[in-house]
Design a protein around this ligand. Structure first.
Ligand code: GLC
Length: 530
């Protein structure tokens, strides 16, 4: 598909960087990351070359799910700063041409939100219908078989009013009822509140869950369930999620965002195979611009499988739609742990040379691996109710080799730092030409400098047991990307006598180019070809 016919908003060639606030940088000295800490690291973000940060929730919250349980959607938790600190951060980022995207958590509030406190106080509360309540089943059990994602039933019985309330996540996160017009209007006001403070858009949390079957029918068993998968996957969540009304709400959100400028972007958290992401794109003005594509995360790290995924996504995309790729996030094991340290560099090259908006998760640019957290220090409540906790993927950014890794000055960080702090820290890696950090910076700089790499067409040349070779091109330039997925030296004929290598994961000084060429184990190269 050629892409130059499209109008390109900033996020087509922009790179989004996920900041998991609790673990980015502690500016207040309590061992927990915060907005002040991010402000201290604006130079780092600017040097990295990213275009936008996505900030995970900083709203007032009892922190049962570290901010994904909101008790005031229009305020900042003192743990993370204040509204003036938020405004100052947005301004500082803006000075460096970095946009601020924030998390929006519409599916559920905190159990301590005043709306829920009111709702559970009596069946006649004006907020009762803002949540989803049902009588017990005839046997006294939950109204249906729905399962919560962290584990266990999605219903909790409320003694005071004698009904169950629905929670797709923890019992501390009751699901909001988007069929209630007042609730819906309030949530749209929340978007306005933050748009007026200058945010460039929203990453909408569990977007596909906000509407459920009005009849609350049981979810059917999932015939594809395999041992070892999370318990909630035993059922196909066809009734507990993804209902038709969702597209109307998405369209309303898009209209609202557009009224603040056509550069505002709506990102949806959607765990769907590529063909099922398509409906979320809807039309040019009424769908999600970036329905997060997480499919690389589950992909076998094998060239033919990856090339097939890329091909499939490219071919199902509607004409107006723009692809996007995500390699990891705060809910999933990190790339170094999933694919191995040696593969992490080619994985980064892949992410930053595919067609589509890349989202980079903090720490991946340092090659940070999952950091095991001993049981007595575990923080994530998801571990308490069933599914494994996510602490290992959320450990603090290692900035220096100093005590507390430069993450915190005064207090031990809330989660442990990596054991190999001497190498896995930003200060050290800034000085090492072939570090993961400089590799990432270099790839981002190249992508920014070369429209063909950011916006050009994608064309697969070959994907075999060892190599993945593809090109990105526009009417002016052509780049060939060759990724060696093996731990062997590979000789191939994908070079070009008239080309030149502009980037290698393994060599700082570019080497000559000929038809026959040799790649080091796990090397990735980008070659300009005539
Ligand atoms: C999303 C978030 C995750 C959170 C959940 C509930 O999946 O990424 O961290 O626990 O939603 O809000």
């Amino acid at each position: 598909m050629t892409s130059h016919a499209l109008h390109h908003p900033w996020w087509h060639n922009g790179i989004i960087y996920e900041i998991y606030i609790r673990s980015f940088c502690d500016g207040s000295g309590d061992g927990i990351g915060d907005l002040q800490g991010i402000e201290q690291r604006v130079d780092y973000l600017s040097d990295l070359g990213i275009d936008a940060v996505w900030l995970t929730p900083f709203y007032t919250s009892p922190q049962a799910d570290f901010g994904y349980d909101v008790s005031d959607y229009c305020n900042v938790d003192p743990l993370y700063g204040s509204l003036p600190i938020f405004d100052s951060l947005v301004a500082r980022l803006h000075e460096r041409n970095i946009k601020t995207i924030i998390d929006f958590v519409p599916n559920h509030s905190s159990i301590q939100h005043p709306w829920f406190i009111s709702a559970r106080s009596s069946r006649s509360s004006p907020h009762r219908d803002w949540y989803i309540w049902r009588d017990p089943a005839p046997d006294g059990g939950p109204p249906n078989n729905w399962l919560s994602l962290p584990g266990g039933p999605a219903w909790t019985f409320d003694e005071t009013t004698g009904q169950y309330y629905l929670h797709s996540f923890l019992a501390e996160q009751p699901d909001l009822n988007w069929r209630n017009a007042e609730l819906r209007a309030q949530m749209m006001n929340v978007l306005c509140f933050w748009l007026e403070r200058g945010v460039a858009g929203f990453r909408v949390d569990v977007l596909d869950r906000i509407f459920k079957d009005p009849l609350l029918r049981n979810d059917p068993p999932n015939p594809d369930y395999r041992d070892g998968q999370p318990d909630f996957m035993r059922l196909r969540s066809v009734n507990s999620s993804n209902q038709p009304e969702l597209m109307d709400v998405i369209a309303d959100m898009r209209t609202l965002l557009a009224s603040y400028g056509d550069d505002r972007v709506l990102i949806g958290e959607l765990y769907q195979p590529v063909d099922q992401l398509v409906p979320f794109y809807a039309g040019p003005n009424n769908g999600v611009q970036i329905p997060f594509n997480f499919n690389l995360m589950w992909q076998k790290w094998y060239p033919p499988a990856i090339a097939t995924l890329v091909h499939d996504f490219e071919h199902v995309l509607p004409r107006h739609a723009w692809p996007n790729w995500v390699l990891s996030n705060h809910d999933q094991s990190r790339i170094v742990t999933r694919f191995g340290a040696a593969q992490a560099k080619t994985a980064m090259m892949l992410l930053l040379t595919l067609r589509g908006t890349p989202t980079l998760y903090q720490g991946d640019e340092l090659g940070l691996a999952d950091v095991p957290v001993e049981q007595s220090k575990q923080q994530d409540q998801f571990a308490r109710v069933g599914e494994g906790g996510r602490d290992a993927y959320r450990t603090p950014m290692p900035w220096t080799q100093a005590r507390y890794g430069g993450f915190s000055e005064l207090r031990e960080p809330w989660l442990p730092l990596p054991p190999d702090l001497a190498h896995i820290n930003a200060q050290h890696q800034s000085k090492e030409p072939l570090s993961m950090l400089n590799l990432t910076r270099g790839l981002i700089a190249l992508r920014r400098a070369e429209p063909a790499l950011a916006l050009g067409a994608y064309h697969c040349i070959e994907a075999n047991d060892s190599l993945y070779v593809y090109e990105r091109s526009d009417e002016h330039k052509r780049f060939r990307i060759i990724l060696n997925f093996t731990d062997q030296i590979i000789h191939c004929a994908h070079g070009s006598r008239h080309g030149h290598i502009v980037f290698s994961t393994h060599f700082v000084t570019p080497r000559g180019c000929a038809q026959e060429m040799t790649l080091a184990p796990h090397e990735g190269i980008i070659m300009a070809v005539p």
